[in-house]
Design a protein around this ligand. Structure first.
Ligand code: DGL
Length: 293
């Protein structure tokens, strides 16, 4: 099969990365897509950096083992801790790798007028400080605030998103310190766009930056540069993998992808996969042409 016919791999700890998948699907309608939600291990945001790297490497290994032409890390926590490791693996196997942080930053920089920017994300993403470091590296005069909102991930996974009263209460509690503050707020977790109505209700004057669109554009640019875009040649396929809780993923995903019938159809029947350590070792050995351990 020609390389450009392979799918783009996209992964997250759960349903959050679907916000990025939907943006990529919209911008690149001819591309085959392979999404993996690591629902057996969600949340990533409260785990140690070492654990996030280990989980991310297993997921990336599984996707590369199935055959992908590019990998989009649709998870800020995984991008924060594991991007360099995943890029190194990608280089080894000729698979370009893209994270969500840099595209989101570029988008925020283009939008802010006051120079006061906030980043909200998981505990891991905020502790890792990649957003703040990079924003200040690019524009040292910025004022950058960071707030971890760990409950948002559980709310999104539960389907209590949108402007659900519980989402609204959580947003009020977490974001109280930002009211009348930043003009630009980066949703530094791919689950958070699902709570956008609640976040916007608490911060009506702020522009919310969802990195999904910017990441989709960066994905297109990356494929273009590498000559990997799929020519319009027949319908594309969208396939979903999850590591646990197929039904829960299917129902939550379908409600979030409501405006994209083609994506919803695929999400209704995700495939359950086991990405344990043995598979990972097997994949590494197979790629290196060695017998599996
Ligand atoms: N959606 C992910 C992120 O962007 C991870 C959330 C989690 O698993 O804690 O950070």
């Amino acid at each position: 099969m020609p390389i450009h016919d392979l799918p783009i791999g996209v992964f997250d700890s759960g349903v959050g990365g679907l916000t990025v998948l939907a943006a990529i699907a919209g911008l690149l309608p001819d591309e085959h897509l392979l999404y993996l939600g690591d629902t057996a291990r969600v949340p990533y945001g409260t785990r140690s950096p070492e654990t996030v790297v280990r989980y991310s490497e297993r997921v990336a290994g599984h996707l590369m083992g199935r055959g992908i032409k590019a990998l989009v890390v649709a998870c800020n926590t995984a991008t924060t801790w594991a991007l360099p490791a995943l890029e190194a693996t990608g280089r080894e196997h000729g698979v370009p790798v893209l994270g969500v942080i840099e595209p989101g930053i570029q988008h925020a920089l283009a939008l802010t007028r006051s120079g006061h920017v906030a980043v909200i994300g998981t505990e891991g993403t905020i502790r890792g400080g990649r957003y703040a470091d990079r924003l200040l590296e690019l524009r040292p005069e910025l004022r950058v605030e960071q707030v971890a909102c760990p409950l948002f991930v559980g709310l999104a996974e539960e389907g209590w998103a949108g402007d659900d009263p519980i989402a609204l209460l959580a947003a009020r509690r977490y974001l109280a310190g930002l009211v009348d503050g930043p003009d630009t707020v980066i949703l530094g977790c791919t689950h958070y766009p699902l709570l956008e109505p609640a976040i916007q209700a608490v911060l009506p004057g702020a522009t919310l930056v969802d990195s999904a669109q910017a990441t989709a554009q960066a994905t297109r640019a990356m494929l273009q540069v590498q000559g990997l875009l799929r020519p319009a040649a027949g319908a594309r396929r969208v396939h979903y993998l999850v590591t646990d809780n197929v039904e829960r993923f299917a129902s939550t995903a379908a409600s979030f992808l409501g405006h994209q019938p083609e994506l919803v159809e695929g999400a209704r029947h995700p495939e359950l996969v086991d990405i344990d350590e043995r598979d990972h070792l097997h994949w590494r050995s197979a790629l290196k042409g060695q017998p599996a351990a």
